[in-house]
Write a protein that binds this ligand. Structure first.
Ligand code: NAD
Ligand code: ZN
Length: 548
């Protein structure tokens, strides 16, 4: 579908109106500013509407305006900073155009909004920002909205860019988006990952492995595919190999031993030798078929061999479909720690065949659901409703329902990753809900006691405990999370793990800022926030509540 509107979202001060006006002129499109439409229609200022009718009424007027705007085409629309909070508004805009989020660092916003009086002429007063303490107001309001801003199709970091540069980036991306949309229109695309360098699709379906050769053929000619798999996923690799060969695509297959202990530089080196012997070229493709171990390792090989060859991910575990195949993190372990060597490297596409899950051991499957539930817990209450309603069907891998819920859940990861590919903005960190304590428990258990998702489930209970104790999450919402995890057969406590080992492992965790841990907490089911200052006593209490 052609998407012929560009909606600009983002916090006040990110330049939506200025950029929007410039971009519309550049494209010869109409410029629309939703705030100005509202002021015109109500014949009064936004501040007055807020004062006289309140925010709720303002949001209603805003929704009516965006509905009207969406009936036209070829517009650049600057939307009010809070318009995207409503899921209905977001959906409508998504159907009628692409949603581009303009971002700016805190100091840039403060300057642009006049808080430092460095630049008084740019001072722009928004009703929700009218405060004597503008700094904390910006931090507070932006952190509340960050989660919805990150659901945009594309994010532009505007800090060091001139207006025309921002416009050009948006235009280039829009063109790229249109082209890819046409190319992918017949693919089972669940989501597009959209980074500054590339756009790639995540295709999800039941029994779609045999569509892989047509996808490769529409992308490139005369390529050679180097399949990397492990013993557990070998049967799927064989199937893909037969499919590719029948479409006259040349293949070679490398079967590594399965298991985390083989995610090493030694295995990488064996694959380098194999590629060199086969005279692999830069235009050739490395394809990972398997779980997260194969995906991480083959991705690292693809990122580094000849300084980067094409890469395709075919994840076959639920964890890999839901998590490790999305976002471009590749790497291997060293003796001293997990994932210590790696690279960000995005694939050409990800093809996830949900049918592969039918052969996955039950414990692996349940562990994978933890990540899927996590996405709902941090961002989408509606998804949690569905997971609760359909628990039996999901656990029995009902074809339609499972595929649908997997698509919806991984779309959240894809959107978050698109908005913050390299973890610069602090948005991607939300995906770490349950992981601070989860990782530490995994480490303390020497990666033998618990699977990753099981540790994350326990970690989410600890983070939920902290959220509840701080008065951010109500007890009934906390209970709801507990019920959900139990429904899916996930553990909520662990025994036989040394508490001191867990604490030490937490201190070593890399997701820290200036030495202090950044906690991802829930303020309700379907919404997360980040907090740095959680008292140590409370952390100990939370650990005590899950480690018995
Ligand atoms: N890159 C990322 O962003 C990211 C995110 C999360 C986890 N990870 C990494 O992912 C790895 C864990 O991945 P995993 O849980 O998929 O484990 P895994 O890759 O070890 O797979 C688990 C087991 O299942 C087997 N298997 C794979 N597909 C199968 C199928 N369809 N049917 C039957 N058996 C099958 C494998 O052979 C293996 O024995 C870890 O190394 C972790 O660090 C990476
Ligand atoms: Zn995880």
């Amino acid at each position: 579908m052609k998407k012929t509107n560009i909606f600009l979202t983002g916090f006040s001060g990110t330049g939506k109106s200025t950029v929007g006006r410039h971009l519309a002129k550049m494209l010869g499109w109409t410029f629309v500013d939703t705030d100005m439409c509202i002021e015109k229609e109500k014949d009064t200022s936004i501040s007055n509407i807020f004062e006289e009718l309140g925010e709720k009424e303002f949001r209603k007027i805003e929704s009516a305006i965006i509905e009207k705007v969406c009936s036209s085409q070829y517009q650049v629309v600057a939307t009010g900073g809070g318009l995207v909070i409503s899921e209905k508004n977001r959906k409508l805009m998504g159907q009628n155009g692409i949603i581009v989020c303009l971002e700016a660092r805190f100091n840039t916003l403060l300057t642009r909004l006049g808080g430092t009086s460095l630049n008084p002429q740019t001072k722009e007063v928004r009703p929700l920002l009218e405060s004597s303490d503008l700094e904390s107001k910006i931090i507070d309001l932006k952190s509340k909205r960050q989660s919805v801003y990150s659901m945009s199709d594309y994010t532009v970091h505007t800090d060091d860019l001139a207006i025309n540069e921002v416009s050009t980036i948006i235009y280039r991306n829009w063109r790229h988006f249109q082209k890819k949309n046409i190319l992918y229109s017949s693919w089972d695309v669940a989501s597009l990952v959209n980074t500054p360098e590339t756009i790639y699709p995540i295709c999800v379906g039941w029994g779609i492995l045999d569509t892989i050769s047509e996808k490769i053929n529409s992308m490139t000619n005369n390529s050679v595919v180097y399949l990397v798999t492990d013993s557990g996923a070998n049967k799927y690799a064989r199937r893909v190999q037969a499919e590719l060969e029948s479409a006259r695509i040349r293949t070679h297959l490398f079967v590594m031993e399965s298991g985390e202990k083989h995610k090493t530089l030694n295995t990488v080196s064996m694959i380098y030798d194999w590629l060199a012997e086969l005279k692999a070229e830069r235009s050739h493709i490395v394809m990972a078929i398997g779980g997260g171990v194969v995906g991480d390792l083959a991705g690292f090989v693809a990122a580094t061999y000849l300084r980067g060859v094409k890469f395709i991910q075919v994840p076959t575990t639920l964890l890999a479909i839901m998590d490790s195949s999305i976002g471009g993190k590749t790497g291997v372990d060293l003796d001293r720690g997990k994932n210590l060597v790696g690279a960000f490297y995005q694939p050409e596409f990800v093809l996830s065949d949900v049918e592969a899950l039918t052969t996955l051991p039950q414990r692996q499957l349940i562990s994978g659901w933890a990540e899927a539930l996590k996405h709902g817990l941090i961002k989408d209450e509606g998804l949690i409703d569905e997971f609760e309603k359909n628990v039996k069907n999901v656990l029995n891998l009902d074809k339609e329902i499972t595929t649908e819920l997997i698509k919806r859940s991984l779309n959240i990861k894809a959107k978050v990753v698109s908005s913050d590919e390299h973890e610069l903005l602090g948005t991607r960190i939300m995906l770490n809900y349950g992981h601070t304590i989860g990782h530490a428990i995994e480490t303390a258990g020497k990666y033998e006691k618990l699977l990753h998702g099981e540790a994350v489930s326990i970690g989410m209970m600890a983070a939920g405990y902290i959220s509840n104790a701080l008065g951010i999450l109500t007890s009934s919402q906390f209970e709801r999370q507990k019920g959900l995890l139990e429904m899916y057969g996930l553990p909520i406590k662990v025994e036989g793990i040394n508490l001191t080992d867990v604490k030490n492992a937490m201190l070593l965790d890399k997701k820290t800022l200036d030495g202090s841990i950044r906690w991802v907490l829930l303020d309700k089911i379907g919404h997360s926030i980040v907090k740095n200052d959680v008292p140590e006593k409370l952390i100990s209490e939370a650990l005590g509540s899950v480690i018995i």
